[in-house]
Design a protein around this ligand. Structure first.
Ligand code: ZN
Length: 326
């Protein structure tokens, strides 16, 4: 038998492997997705619950919102067993990306998936997987951090510090490399206006309260966000209320980005998520230029990248790998 024995990580059983690093990445989007990652590459297709053949309703995110926590854990386990097929005992780590504030494997807050608040996902999943022959370390990571790790891996920047904004139902902010801590920059206060209270967390003046998809629907009860931006971009007569909002949306993102630059320095920012389609990069750069005036801080870079489930799944696994190696 030519299999080599990998070096044992502290606190882990030794794994018999063929020399490759095998991990599983799991993400929560409009469905649960999982994939097998071998040496930083996705192998085979992503599997999902519900499966891709099941059509979802108009409200894209409802299949996850309505899934009770125990069912989420069971479904992740089922997916992991499925994608690990044949390699169950060789899986080094399972990374689970969750849109929320994660500490010590516990989902402490998840405004857009409220049923997960307080869920001990790491502990429960570790136990469940073990009963199916997968003795891997489980790491729960913030989903935006997973996006950052996925982009770092995909763009060959595993040795760079990078930040990412994910513009979706909520506003995620991720950093790479993986580190312990909290950076809920989606909840950066970007306005002192008392009327700005649309954020899912209940806080006043937050970035997500302006840019988040759910918040936009609350603000414009009579229009969908797509219609708001279409009306703002209409030539030659844009809707004044919508145009004003489009400017506020970009100013808010510029403000939160400027705050991050002022606290952590310039560097590379990726912008992604399904609402990156609303982004006018020139408008953002213009506002940012007005907000960051110290010349040593002006060497920041903004890059729009397409959102993909595969990048997030890869990132969940890479972030987990780094957590294992700590
Ligand atoms: Zn908030």
């Amino acid at each position: 038998m030519s299999a080599a024995v990998s070096e044992a990580m502290p606190g882990m059983e030794e794994k018999v492997t063929d020399g490759t690093t095998k991990m599983i990445g799991v993400i929560m989007a409009e469905r649960l997705y999982a994939g097998l990652i071998v040496d930083h590459q996705l192998v085979g297709e992503l599997k999902s619950v519900p499966p891709a053949s099941v059509k979802l309703g108009a409200d894209e995110d409802n299949s996850m919102v309505e899934m009770p926590t125990d069912e989420v854990i069971d479904s992740i386990c089922k997916l992991a067993v499925e994608v690990a097929k044949g390699y169950g005992s060789e899986i080094l780590a399972v990374g689970v990306a969750v849109p929320g504030l994660i500490r010590n494997g516990v989902v402490e807050e998840a405004p857009n998936l409220p049923q997960l608040k307080g869920a001990r996902v790491e502990a429960k999943l570790t136990e469940k997987l073990a009963s199916h022959g997968i003795s891997a370390k489980v790491y729960v990571v913030n989903d935006a951090d997973a996006v950052a790790a996925g982009l770092a891996s995909k763009h060959d920047k595993l040795d760079h510090f990078l930040r990412v904004w994910t513009l979706g139902t909520g506003i995620g902010f991720g950093t790479y490399p993986f580190a312990e801590g909290v950076w809920e920059n989606g909840h950066t206060v970007v306005t002192l206006d008392d009327k700005e209270r649309y954020c899912g967390c209940g806080g006043r003046g937050h970035l997500e309260g302006i840019m988040g998809h759910r918040s936009m629907r609350l603000r414009f009860l009579d229009m969908e966000p797509e219609e708001v931006f279409a009306a703002a971009n209409r030539h030659p007569d844009p809707d004044p209320r919508c145009l004003e909002f489009k400017r506020l949306w970009h100013k808010a993102l510029a403000a939160a980005t400027a705050s991050s630059i002022h606290s952590r320095g310039p560097g590379r920012f990726f912008l992604t998520g399904y609402n990156v389609r609303f982004l006018d990069l020139n408008m953002l750069k213009d506002y940012l230029h007005q907000m960051v005036k110290m010349s040593p801080l002006q060497s920041y870079m903004l890059e729009v990248v397409e959102d993909s489930h595969a990048t997030r799944v890869l990132g969940a696994a890479v972030a987990a790998e780094q957590a294992v190696g700590r």
